[in-house]
Design a protein around this ligand. Structure first.
Ligand SMILES: NC(=O)c1ccc[n+]([C@@H]2O[C@H](COP(=O)([O-])OP(=O)(O)OC[C@H]3O[C@@H](n4cnc5c(N)ncnc54)[C@H](O)[C@@H]3O)[C@@H](O)[C@H]2O)c1
Length: 370
């Protein structure tokens, strides 16, 4: 198959969809890979790195779209790319269709085959192509928390791990899923005193079993949260209720009960955030302060570490990309239920129910297009 990897043109997106190692796996199997020149620079991969493993570099976005049977990307196509997409062309990328009617209509009209990373789903309902970015954001939340605890960044001036004779900082993590678990591991590794809260007792039991002794678990409810926020230095918001807005677990009135210089990191900002005072921020202006409490609410945290994020993303997406390249999208999706769930729009038909429902469009069962 002929595969094209364009340079991402969305603002501040430095990732690329395929590392040289990932591209090598495809070329080794006899597929032809075209990467747009300079596309890997933001992630630390040069044109030379790609050329060295037999990838063809193309100078323009137009040429990549023109030559490829399958386009592998990171972010959803944006307006200048719409006209470049051809009927029958496979687009394998994050789409988040339900958040953009314009994008949904554009993909219906061009007749492409849209395989969305975010809806590829395993039997246990986990989302294997979203997990790597949650892992990155979870680990990064503690790095950011430690930074903003420093006095020069407006924090209380506490070292996360303390030192001999001085107690460590206290870290509270709301939600013990992927983000919360990765955050807890990092905070614990740095020596902080960590508490994870979740509403799932089953999850808390599991975390209690596997976490080191400086991580405790506690049931998440308003009473407990109200008490805990008064004594913690960093509070990480990591809850998710699938398909719904995040609940506001930390309310505006609780800020007054916190110590000045407390740091809130709302990773769940992309679902509306779990702090009432959350509003999305960017890497260029990541924090704001309310009632002397620092809020970090960056909606695309993995974007700050594109080298790590690009490799983590390729590790997860590549096995499916190989299946599609080897078998063609129809047979690959017929053979794999998880991959089939990634199909959202095919040849003008919406084949993912919640996308059709989001915009009142007619829904076609995915089986009928295979
Ligand atoms: N900002 C970013 O850059 C970024 C990056 C990746 C993920 N995220 C977001 O982070 C959030 C968490 O993602 P995840 O992959 O860890 O999800 P997950 O499904 O693995 O975990 C969510 C956890 O929240 C728990 N939960 C639900 N309601 C709760 C409540 N009231 N109190 C405490 N816990 C509760 C669930 O039981 C679950 O264990 C999502 O909103 C995701 O979109 C943001």
């Amino acid at each position: 198959m002929i595969i094209g990897v364009p340079k991402e043109i969305k603002n501040n997106e430095n990732r690329i969809a395929l590392t040289p190692a990932g591209a090598a796996e495809l070329t080794k199997r006899g597929h032809t890979v075209y990467v747009q020149s300079g596309g890997g620079n933001g992630s630390g991969f040069s044109d030379e790195d790609y050329r060295a493993i037999g990838v063809n570099m193309l100078p323009t976005l137009e040429e990549v779209y023109d030559v490829a049977e399958m386009i592998i990307k990171v972010k959803e196509p944006i307006e200048p790319e719409y006209k470049l997409i051809k009927k029958g062309q496979i687009l394998y990328t994050y789409f988040h269709f339900a958040s953009s009617e314009v994008l949904t209509h554009a993909m219906i009209e061009n007749g492409s085959v849209c395989l969305a990373y975010e809806t590829v789903e395993l039997d246990d309902h986990s989302l294997p192509l979203l997990i790597p970015m949650s892992e990155v954001a979870g680990r990064m939340s503690i790095q950011e928390g430690a930074k903003y605890l420093e006095k020069t960044y407006g924090g209380y001036g506490v070292l996360l791990g303390g030192v001999a004779g001085v107690l460590p900082a206290k870290v509270l993590i709301l939600g013990g899923g992927i983000v919360g678990t990765e955050a807890a591991k990092m905070a614990a590794g740095l020596g902080a005193d960590v508490t994870i809260m979740d509403i799932s007792l089953k999850r808390l039991r599991y975390l209690d079993d596997i976490m080191p002794a400086n991580v405790k678990t506690m049931m998440s409810n308003d009473y407990n949260i109200r008490e805990m926020v008064t004594t913690h230095d960093v509070i990480v918001g990591a809850v998710l209720i699938p398909g719904a807005k995040a609940p506001h677990l930390v309310t505006r009135d609780m800020l007054k009960t916190m110590r000045a210089g407390t740091v809130l990191i709302d990773v769940a900002v992309d679902q509306g955030g779990c702090f009432e005072t959350t509003k999305a921020t960017t890497h260029t202006d990541p924090v704001f302060i309310i009632d002397d409490v620092i809020h970090y609410c960056v909606a695309n945290m993995p974007g700050a570490v594109p080298h790590t994020s690009t490799i983590a993303l390729t590790n997860a997406t590549l096995p499916y990309a190989i299946e599609i390249a080897e078998k063609g999208w129809k047979k690959a999706c017929a053979d794999s239920i998880p991959l089939r769930k990634g199909l959202n729009v095919v040849d003008g038909k919406v084949v993912y129910k919640s996308v059709a429902d989001a915009f009142g469009l007619s829904y076609t069962k995915v089986e009928t297009v295979l």
